[in-house]
Ligand binder design. Structure first.
Ligand SMILES: C[S@@+](CC[C@H](N)C(=O)[O-])C[C@H]1O[C@@H](n2cnc3c(N)ncnc32)[C@H](O)[C@@H]1O
Length: 303
């Protein structure tokens, strides 16, 4: 697939085509190209690049254009618009997502989840005589740290407290590279910087440069590619009790946030919770969730 995108040259003495590798050139993304690429990204993912982030897009896409040996942004845009090169759009999305994450990123949020939200949902389920299971979804999990944090909390605290309860942790992202890293469960020290030493010692094997997560925790999480902007993909996930969609919608504009939140609301169980980032808010975006302020964190409930 990729080789079809190379510009080929023929050497003088041989009829064999060789990919023509250009010198890395600093291509300048015109306002028109920026607009076209931004629209493609938006159309497929809901991620909206504002003008002040153009430099970021340019930086990431220059690398792609160079690696593919393309000559211009116009050539790249033509490929992105060709339906048979849909994989190129996926690759574009993988190149432009921001994947920053680490274990226990928001301690207060995870404490609220463990100490308030889970007990409340379990209480509700037992009152109603529902099946004794709890489904948690880390949507936009990036390289898995959020999902594995949830798994560690289950292993450390919740499973002992609720021995008869079955916990399911789903984790998804649009970025397959990030998901592949997640499945490996091998991290650098940046990822574990927020973890207490005893948790690191208990759940990771330390090598010179890496922290390798133990298999027991890895097996608790099921990873899958879900584009939150794609209703058909979201529909495959059902009956979720808690959704962590943290620091994901910050990259979306208001209409695309509204679209995704509608989907998330639909698959969340009644009485379930949506967790978003500390710097995010659903104010003026949707009224479908009830905002609850807990002592050190906030969360959105589906009533
Ligand atoms: C900054 S990371 C957040 C990771 C983690 N939730 C946290 O807060 O630490 C944002 C993630 O959202 C993912 N993402 C962005 N748009 C998406 C979409 N339309 N569907 C699914 N995932 C998306 C990105 O690939 C990226 O991994």
């Amino acid at each position: 697939m990729e080789s079809q995108l190379f510009t080929f040259k023929f050497s003088k003495d041989s009829s064999k085509a060789e990919p023509l590798k250009q010198e890395p050139v600093e291509l300048v993304m015109s306002a028109g190209s920026f607009n076209e690429i931004r629209n493609i990204i938006y159309q497929y993912s809901g991620i909206y690049y504002t003008e002040n982030k153009k430099y970021l897009l340019e930086d990431r896409l220059n690398k792609i254009i160079y690696e593919k040996n393309l000559l211009s942004y116009d050539e790249y845009i033509r490929i992105l618009k060709t339906p048979k090169y849909r994989d190129e759009v996926n690759e574009l999305l993988e190149a432009i997502t921001i994947n920053e994450t680490y274990f226990f990123r928001s301690e207060e949020q995870f404490n609220t989840f463990e100490k308030i939200i889970v007990p409340e949902i379990i209480g509700l389920k037992s009152q109603k005589g529902d099946e004794p299971y709890l489904r948690i979804w880390s949507a936009g999990t990036s390289t898995g740290e959020e999902a594995y944090t949830i798994a560690i909390i289950i292993q450390e605290k919740l499973q002992q407290k609720y021995p008869n309860l079955k916990f399911q942790v789903l984790a998804s992202d649009i970025n397959n590279n990030a998901l592949n890293t997640a499945k490996k469960g091998i991290y650098k020290d940046y990822a574990v910087k927020g973890l207490p030493a005893e948790i690191v010692n208990k759940y990771f094997k330390k090598t010179d440069n890496y922290f390798i997560l133990n298999d027991e925790i890895k097996q608790m999480v099921k990873f899958t590619n879900v584009n939150l902007y794609d209703y058909n993909a979201i529909k495959t996930i059902k009956n979720v009790d808690v959704i962590f969609c943290v620091n994901v919608l910050i990259f979306f504009d208001i209409p695309s946030k509204q679209k995704v939140l509608k989907y998330l609301h639909e698959i969340l169980n009644k009485g379930g919770y949506l967790m978003i980032g500390n710097s995010e808010s659903l104010h003026n975006i949707t009224n479908e969730f009830k905002l609850l302020h807990f002592p050190k964190a906030m969360a959105y409930k589906k009533e």
